[in-house]
Ligand binder design. Sequence first.
Ligand SMILES: C[C@H]1O[C@H](OP(=O)(O)OP(=O)(O)OC[C@H]2O[C@@H](n3cnc4c(=O)[nH]c(N)nc43)[C@H](O)[C@@H]2O)[C@@H](O)[C@@H](O)C1=O
Length: 275
Amino acid sequence: MVERCQPSEIYNLAAQSFVGVSFDQPAATTAITGLGVLHLLEAIRIVNPKIKFYQASTSEMFGEVQEIPQVESTPFYPRSPYGVAKLYGHWMTINYRESYDIFGASGILFNHESPLRGREFVTRKITDSIAKVVLGKLDCLELGNMSAKRDWGFAKEYVEGMHLMLQVDKPDTFVLATNRTETVRDFVSLTCKAAGIELAWKGQAENESGVDTKTGKTIVRVNPKFYRPAEVELLIGDPAKAKEVLGWQPKTELEELCQLMYTADLARNRQGFSF
Ligand SMILES: C[C@H]1O[C@H](OP(=O)(O)OP(=O)(O)OC[C@H]2O[C@@H](n3cnc4c(=O)[nH]c(N)nc43)[C@H](O)[C@@H]2O)[C@@H](O)[C@@H](O)C1=O
């Protein structure tokens, strides 16, 4: 396919990208998310080593973080088969850069969200479920670890960053992040605020729940079935290098991101469909 298309740039966003599923399907995740990168690099090496290559690396490679905030030089410690597979792809990209002079850029992107996010991921699950609660289509949103902290940005801006990484003189590794971290619980609270719901948190750990203070109804609760065998508790990235070299910086605040994702989900659910 690479021979037929003769592309000037390849962006490898292909992956089994759901961390939770990677524990159930480690071999498939490794084949797709890890080895898939090697197949593309080999195609470039054989067909045309001048093709520029972007590898979608991830903050999941930092896992059990060794430094706060995380930067390009922070040691890696992945905590899932997904994170391990992505680390393989990251190092293969660097290896082909150094061995064959291939323009292989690796973008270590922290969580990037939008209304197009799949509903298996926590942000979209929250905005879609709160919209359904507001419309009377769902009683209660069930979540796993609500204390996990993530650095969430707006995907559209991160895609611009990917493109910029292939327009500079030499291939390199860049962190794209907002340098702000919040818990899953905070994301729920911000979404409820966007929906005009006053939410009060009660209880702790598995007994934690969120109550709509106007109706007295429990609209958020914990279900341990969403816990992961090993968790990444805290991620926060510093995108200083991307700002300096690429002129890239995040613009959308988390409050705005929650609002735009919630608004899109409310409209979809009102029309009777959601994806
Ligand atoms: C950068 C990185 O970003 C993403 O990976 P992720 O951070 O694992 O994303 P997530 O939205 O699945 O989980 C975020 C956190 O939220 C916790 N959490 C609680 N309750 C639920 C819950 O009910 N569902 C989910 N999915 N997560 C939950 C969960 O345990 C975790 O701590 C992927 O794009 C990945 O491809 C990637 O590269």
